[in-house]
Design a protein around this ligand. Sequence first.
Ligand code: MTE
Length: 320
Amino acid sequence: MLIKRKQGWELPEAAVTPEGRYLQRRELVRAMGLGAAALALPGAAFAQGKAADPSAGLYPAKRNDKYGVPTPMTAEKQATTYNNFYEFGTDKSIWRDAQKLEVRPWTIKVGGMVEKPFEIGIDDLLAKVQLEERVYRHRCVETWSMIVPWSGFPVRSLVDVCKPLGSAKFIVMKTLSKPSVMPEQRDLLYPWPYTEGLAMDEAMNDLAFIATGLYGKPIHKQNGAPLRLVAPWKYGFKNVKSIVSVDFTDKKPVSFWEKLQSSEYGFWANVNPQVPHPRWSQATEKPLGSNERIPTLLYNGYAEFVAGLYTDRKAEKLFM
Ligand code: MTE
């Protein structure tokens, strides 16, 4: 990515929490009859740093393996200590600084071409959707990759809650603006807030996901708490973190990196090993924790689910 700075990808591999343990915890929470609504009150205490995340009881979610379970899983330590979250800094080791992000209360503003604009708190949103776990490949345009278990819900479920007008063609999501916590937002070279979007048919494709959890627990702050986009067939920069607004429009939005450097980054940004980025070949990738490069797959291995979205868009710059 990166216009200004460095890269580095060496971190040791460790073990992933076994799935059985997640599931036991989830069953226990269910047996206690706790849901998002019952947990709403602890939100205030959590915001003051006095309580556990109020949504913790919702995880782990039951795994949906409809899109496969790629292996090997990236170790939690690697996926949560090697991050791109430019608001906190332009290198990969922002995870400590990201702990300053307060994720309760957290309100998402819904607007643009919708029946009625509204605001919704993250715990109210969680109460309206069915959480599940999906193990997805993630491919950064910088050519590192990972395989991680996200928990969350299809973007389609978010769209259902938002009630867009039939004439809406794109969904646009933005990250929190808070320079007091996110110091890089003071650098006005960047077009903050971080903005990304999908065409409506992409958003309605079941593969498009909103992650609220990771490794069987609420998503880590450095990975985009309390909710972020995951479109695994696209380069990782599409996956906007810590979302505070969702808008619907009939005009193709200009996303963060595209605005910064349109010769290098586009809106569609679908993974294609045969289309190099001006500065990086995209033919191979380096999984976090591995010393070997492996071949990159068209649409990051998800062609059978998403290639059809683009048959009538051949004239567009689909792959960067
Ligand atoms: N979202 C915001 N708000 N800020 C960012 O800098 N980086 C993007 C994406 N979402 C980014 C963001 C990029 S370039 C990548 S590769 C992924 O987040 C990295 O996600 P991860 O840190 O969870 O691996």
